[in-house]
Design a protein around this ligand. Structure first.
Ligand SMILES: Nc1nc2c([nH]c(=O)n2[C@@H]2O[C@H](COP(=O)(O)OP(=O)(O)OP(=O)(O)O)[C@@H](O)[C@H]2O)c(=O)[nH]1
Length: 131
C-alpha cells in the first residue's frame, strides 16, 4: 500500500485553533473533511521546513513552530498516512485560503463539532485531554 508522510500544524491564536476544510475529492473519506493545515514532506526537507513551506503555500502565513505534538499512523482504504503534528502559534488571524474551502478558529471544547478526517481524531482527542 502507498505510504504518505505529512506534517500538519495545530495553529493557535491565543486560545483558538485553526481548522481548515478540504475541497471535494474522489476519495469520500477525505472529501470536505476538516484537517490541520500542512502537507507532504518533500525529499531533502526537514519536517519543520516542510510545514513552514506548506503553511506559506496553502495559507500565506508564517508561524512560530513550537514542538512536535503527536505522530499518527492511520490506514485509509487507499494509502497509509504518517502524520506529524506540531503545535504552532501565530500573532495574527490574517490568512488566505489557497486550497481549502473554509476555515474555523475554534476553542478546544468546540473542536469536536467538526467533521474531521479520521487521521486527525487522535490529535483532537489528545488536545482535549491535555486541556
Ligand atoms: N495536511 C494534512 N493532510 C491530512 C490531514 N489529515 C489527513 O488525513 N490528511 C491526508 O494526508 C494527505 C496529504 O495531504 P495534502 O494533500 O495536504 O498534501 P500536499 O498538499 O503535499 O498534496 P499535493 O501537493 O499532492 O496536493 C491527504 O490525503 C490528506 O487527506 C491533516 O490534518 N493535514
Amino acid at each position: 500500500m502507498q505510504k504518505i508522510e505529512v506534517v500538519a500544524g495545530v495553529i493557535f491564536f491565543q486560545n483558538e485553533i485553526l481548522c481548515v476544510q478540504r475541497p471535494k475529492n474522489k476519495l469520500a473519506y477525505i472529501s470536505e473533511k476538516f484537517e490541520f493545515p500542512g502537507g507532504k514532506v518533500e525529499h531533502g526537507e526537514t519536517k519543520k521546513e516542510a510545514l513552514e513551506r506548506e503553511l506559506l503555500e496553502e495559507l500565506s502565513i508564517s508561524t512560530h513552530i513550537k514542538a512536535l505534538f503527536l505522530t499518527v499512523v492511520h490506514e485509509y482504504p487507499d494509502f497509509e498516512l504518517t502524520m506529524h503534528s506540531f503545535i504552532c502559534e501565530v500573532e495574527t488571524k490574517e490568512l488566505t485560503l489557497h486550497e481549502h474551502i473554509a476555515k474555523e478558529w475554534l476553542t478546544l471544547k468546540e473542536l469536536k463539532k467538526l467533521d474531521w478526517a479520521a487521521a486527525d481524531i487522535p490529535i483532537v482527542d489528545k488536545l482535549l485531554v491535555n486541556g
